[in-house]
Design a protein around this ligand. Structure first.
Ligand code: SF4
Ligand code: SF4
Ligand code: SF4
Length: 578
């Protein structure tokens, strides 16, 4: 590749032609602050914090390309003054309540103020006043903390192709909002939370349920059961300073027990159950030829996306509830019966990497006899806050285990946390149950990896071929589903996770700054940890989970049978398309 020679802060450097000044500086060990910049998602140079001096001009380093002989100065008085002025102007119209802000400690605007040693705001003047939008089930919009960086708009429009929010108004009154200033709850937003994890400030946050949980835990009449999804255990540690992708399964269960939950269960149990139900559904659909391709339904962001955009494909969605909803239904039926507990006294709390599940648990379809399957959903971030509120020394906790009987999941269930995991888990079971043969190698490497669209043909021992496609990110999903609709592509099985990379980078996971996102591949690190966890387990196939088999024998009967349908399956609704 062609190279060019530059001088950055009196250092002679040689860099690849075509890269930006920001990239060249960072590659040379020189840090330049950024705010609106989010690599590969938002590269629009709207905030201008990354200004540098090139010749006599101040130019934004995130979009200016390097040129031969360029002389760049990143730290002159003029640069520092310009950055401070920009920051002061942003803060002059910002609701500054850092100590009580949900993003306190994780806000890039707050960090920049510290880094630039800002001590006062010279430009105090009129401020924009906007009401908070708290209508959504999953997220809150606080336009008074928005710096108009555009990151959320880019991720929602370009990566997810949802386009629920955009700039509205002009000049001083410009804000980010849904079209016609509608409430977020009335839009096509699918609650994926990718805008929340992209936002550098507290302008977009999840709707917290922490106080609800403390209240339930304090109520002696309630039996509070918690379940945790697989992607939590490879991300929660980051909130306590551990490196990205550290596995903290044992510490997490220990912390939950100390916080006072009556039982600590693993959603992996229900992921195994999902595989049995969905695998059976796939085999039936392949035999009948109806409603193919089968599209997975474990991601509520994706399900809502289909409900808004693809009304003609609602019957292609698997009727299986998502794993945590299945687990909730089993806790309030089988578990309650087995333990002699009145199900109306049971409170089910799901700890999820996902804020779309906050919307999902409120769906009418996911209740029975006036009782919701799941009562509350907390994100990984909320769990970390609760652990800190409890003064638990998380890093030094001794490992603990999940409770039985709903606490054991197989390796196949664990990999649900990463894109391709559901397909791999289903293939292990479908292959062995249809052929009666044991797989020599249970790792289907062809469905692994964090690529947004992966195709694979799986040949069963009887010669039948299952055409699959594994997708993460809703823009990718839209592209593939439109090809299927037009008859340009044929698949039997489509796995979709709304978040790019799958739940490991879900909208409820720890917030990682744009700088670290640039340096470390978060998806890969957390996915690696999930696969390590899976290899450490003795049972690695869903149909070999002894507790799931016992559940069918003692309580459910046949997979896809009457009782299983009543408790574990659901239906979908058409939603507005704009
Ligand atoms: S939650 Fe997802 S769909 Fe909704 S506004 Fe944010 S990015 Fe868009
Ligand atoms: S809501 Fe957040 S991400 Fe969106 S423009 Fe405002 S500050 Fe940027
Ligand atoms: S991919 Fe996972 S975290 Fe993201 S919306 Fe779907 S279920 Fe939630």
């Amino acid at each position: 590749m062609e190279k060019v020679n530059l001088t950055i802060d009196n250092m002679k450097v040689e860099v690849h032609k075509g890269i930006t000044v920001l990239e060249a500086a960072r590659a040379s060990g020189i840090e330049i602050p950024t705010l609106c910049f989010l690599k590969d998602i938002n590269e629009v140079s709207s905030c201008r914090i990354c200004l540098v001096e090139i010749g006599q001009k101040l130019l934004p380093s995130c979009t200016v390309a390097v040129e031969e002989g360029m002389i760049i100065r990143t730290n002159t008085l003029k640069v520092r003054e310009a950055r401070k002025t920009i920051l002061q102007l942003l803060l002059s119209n910002h609701k500054r309540e850092c100590t009580t802000c949900l993003r306190n400690g994780k806000c890039e605007l707050e960090k920049l103020s510290q880094d630039l040693a800002l001590t006062d705001i010279e430009y105090e003047g009129e401020k924009n006043h906007c009401d908070m939008d708290t209508t959504g089930a999953s997220l809150i919009r606080n336009a008074e903390k928005c710096i108009l960086c555009e990151r959320c708009i880019s991720v929602c429009k370009n990566i997810q192709t949802v386009g629920a929010i955009n700039f509205s108004g002009r000049g001083f009154t410009t804000k980010v909002a849904p079209a016609y200033d509608r409430a977020l709850a009335d839009t096509v937003c699918v609650n994926c939370g990718q805008c929340v994890t992209s936002c550098p400030t507290g302008a977009l946050t999840e709707k917290e349920n922490i106080e609800d949980i403390w209240r339930e835990l304090d109520n002696p009449d309630k039996y509070v059961v918690v379940q945790t999804a697989p992607a939590i255990r490879v991300a929660l540690g980051e909130e306590f300073g551990l490196s990205i992708g550290t596995r903290v399964t044992g510490k997490m269960t220990a912390a939950l027990r100390r916080m006072g939950f009556n039982r600590v269960f693993d959603t992996d149990f229900a992921a195994d159950l999902t595989i049995i139900e969905e695998g059976t559904e796939l085999i039936k659909r392949l035999e009948s030829g109806e409603n193919l391709p089968l599209m997975t339904s474990c991601c509520p962001g994706w399900v809502k996306f289909v409900e808004h955009n693809f009304h003609d494909m609602l019957n292609n969605l698997s009727t299986c509830k998502s794993p945590h909803e299945m687990e909730g239904a089993i806790i309030k039926s089988y578990f309650a019966e087995k333990e002699g507990i009145d199900p109306s006294k049971i409170v089910v709390v799901s700890i999820m990497p996902c804020i779309a599940k906050k919307f999902e648990e409120q769906r009418d379809e996911l209740s029975r006899n006036g009782m919701k399957d799941v009562d509350y959903v907390l994100s990984t971030r909320e769990l970390a806050k609760m652990i800190r509120q409890s003064s638990i020394d998380f890093v030094n906790l001794k490992d603990d285990d999940f409770d039985s009987p709903i606490g054991m999941g197989s390796g196949a269930a664990t990999i649900f946390g990463v894109t391709g995991g559901v397909t791999e888990a289903a293939l292990r079971t479908v292959f062995e149950t249809t052929s009666g043969e044991k797989l020599d190698n249970i790792e289907f490497k062809e469905v692994r990896g964090i690529k947004g669209i992966k195709e694979a043909k799986i040949i069963l021992p009887n010669g039948n071929v299952i055409d699959t496609v594994i997708i993460s990110g809703l823009g990718n999903a839209r592209e593939v589903v439109e090809q299927v609709r037009k008859g340009e592509k044929h698949y039997d099985f489509i796995e979709v996770m709304a978040c790019p990379g799958g739940c490991v980078t879900g909208g409820g996971q720890p917030i990682i700054s744009s700088k670290i996102r640039e340096e470390i591949n978060i998806k890969e690190e957390r996915a690696k940890a999930i696969y390590e966890e899976e290899r450490s387990l003795i049972v690695r196939k869903s149909h070999e989970n002894p507790y799931v088999n016992e559940l069918y024998k003692e309580f459910l009967g046949q997979p896809n049978g009457h009782k299983a349908h009543e408790l574990l399956h659901t239906h979908y609704v058409e939603r507005n398309m704009f």
